[in-house]
Design a protein around this ligand. Structure first.
Ligand code: PLP
Length: 457
């Protein structure tokens, strides 16, 4: 009998997260203060984030960081998540490749986001915080944060990108079930939102804009911290529980991946799966593993973006982050993979991409949905439109193996399920979805127009 799913026992669930910064040959460049252009000190972030999270953000020496007992306890409610050998997909493709996926869609909220939401809520609570704010694109992060805040007895307020607030009304309801106050962004409730709406009355919203609003609200509210679903080092750190589990599960399957693939919004699920495997590139035990980050053709920061200092948000409230970016004022087309519509990549992944340890792959919207259909019909799971980009990339590699006859081992992350993304599937099925594209020239012009932000003031 062939085994399809691999699980870990409760004892085998990781007790520590992996901090890749400690092992990186070239450390990421430091963040900078947006007013002075000077290197940002840890203390400058304390008003915004829980202190322990800021320490994790800056930690470049400890490769292993203990998962607090309470967080690990909540992890055991849904972890380990299964590692699945995708026999069905392999057969549908007729490929000699072995395809595995790590199924993060089984978390209570339907995506990997809970892995970091629980940790962020824990560290906020430890510090005596009573309220948290955040932004959300597709609604996955907002849902995870709303639930985590509820578990730790805190209030949550979420700014949801307007286009998904309208396209995916059920996400809003999920956040409301967990007691969150949900506002479509841009809104009139903050100065950042007002400024943007005055200039662009029909603005559809973007993650950059929603971040500005959530940061502003956190600053105005006493005893309140801001939380973030992606991009920052501490978020990637928390997500490494995915790859650490996958490493043990692949061992149970008796294989090691030649390809590690995940979709890419700001980099958290990619980092989570990839970093534990990448440490074996650094230590020389598995030098040839290929790491692919799948992004939408319409929001191609890794494949077409420019490496420079840029803001994490539209209004320029956040520190300057060294990143591959499309420009903080970039307004992505209204594609359905809302979680991937972010203008930049985190500083660690940006450095790793710059140093050639990982590569971006761009997937257009129709190819992602075709892959989602193939996957749904062979594995029975309707994937999140974001995850479909990883599936499409895995399928490309598997089809290449079909041509060459190579039995490569492919591992991808199923970051979430698409059960609340039916409006997107409905549009795909009715034939009204389209591809969107932006040229390297347009990207370059947009980024050059910003000038050198570190020398602005
Ligand atoms: C948020 C999200 C993403 C993209 O964010 P990353 O930080 O790049 O992981 C991908 N898939 C799902 C299901 C998401 O919710």
């Amino acid at each position: 009998m062939r085994q399809k799913r691999y699980f870990l026992t409760e004892q085998e669930i990781p007790a520590q997260w992996y901090n890749i910064q400690a092992d990186m040959p070239n450390k990421p460049l430091p963040m900078r203060n947006p007013q002075t252009g000077e290197v940002l000190k840890q203390e400058e972030l304390y008003p915004l984030f829980a202190k322990e999270l800021v320490k994790q953000e800056y930690n470049q020496t400890d490769a292993w960081i203990d998962i607090p007992e309470k967080v690990r306890e909540y992890y055991t409610y849904y972890r380990s998540t299964p590692l699945v050998r995708a026999y069905g997909l392999e057969e549908a493709l007729g490929t000699p490749a072995h395809i595995y996926f790590k199924n993060e869609s089984v978390s209570p909220v339907g995506s990997h986001k809970l892995n970091s939401a629980l940790a962020q809520a824990y560290f906020c609570k430890e510090e005596g915080v009573t309220n948290v704010t955040t932004e959300t694109g597709a609604g996955q992060w907002g849902t995870a944060m709303a639930y985590a805040a509820k578990l730790f007895g805190m209030e949550s307020a979420v700014y949801q990108v307007k286009i998904t607030f309208e396209q995916k009304p059920y996400r809003k309801n999920m956040m409301q079930i967990f007691g969150a106050q949900v506002t479509p962004s841009p809104s009139m409730s903050t100065r950042a939102g007002k400024d943007i709406l005055t200039q662009f009355p029909n603005h559809n919203g973007s993650l950059g804009t929603a971040i500005s609003e959530a940061v502003e609200l956190a600053r105005m509210t006493p005893n309140c911290k801001y939380t973030l679903g992606s991009t920052l080092n501490f978020v990637s750190l928390h997500q490494t529980v995915i790859g650490l589990e996958a490493e043990k599960q692949m061992e149970m399957a008796g294989e090691y991946p030649d390809y590690v693939i995940a979709c890419f919004g700001g980099g958290s699920n990619f980092s989570g799966l990839a970093f534990p495997f990448m440490r074996h590139v650094f230590d020389g035990t598995h030098k040839d593993t290929v790491f692919l980050a799948a992004e939408p053709t319409s929001c191609p920061k890794l494949t077409k973006g420019i490496f420079t200092y840029d803001y994490g948000d539209e209004a320029g409230y956040t520190p300057l982050i060294p990143m591959y970016t499309l420009g903080h004022d970039f307004r992505p087309s209204n594609i359905h993979a809302g979680g991937l519509r972010y203008h930049g990549a985190g500083s660690v992944v940006s450095q790793l991409a710059k140093d050639g340890y990982m590569k971006g792959v761009d997937i257009n919207q129709l190819e992602s949905f075709e892959a989602a259909m193939t996957f749904a019909n062979s594995e029975g799971i309707v994937p999140a439109p974001e995850s479909a980009h990883a599936i499409a990339t895995a399928i490309r590699v598997a089809n290449e193996c079909k041509k060459t006859g190579e039995k490569k081992v492919i591992l991808f992350n199923l970051s979430g399920h698409g059960m609340i993304d039916m409006p997107s599937y409905q549009q795909y099925l009715s034939g009204s979805l389209q591809n969107a594209h932006i040229s390297s020239d347009e990207v370059r012009k947009n980024v050059e127009a910003m000038g050198d932000l570190t020398k602005r003031k």
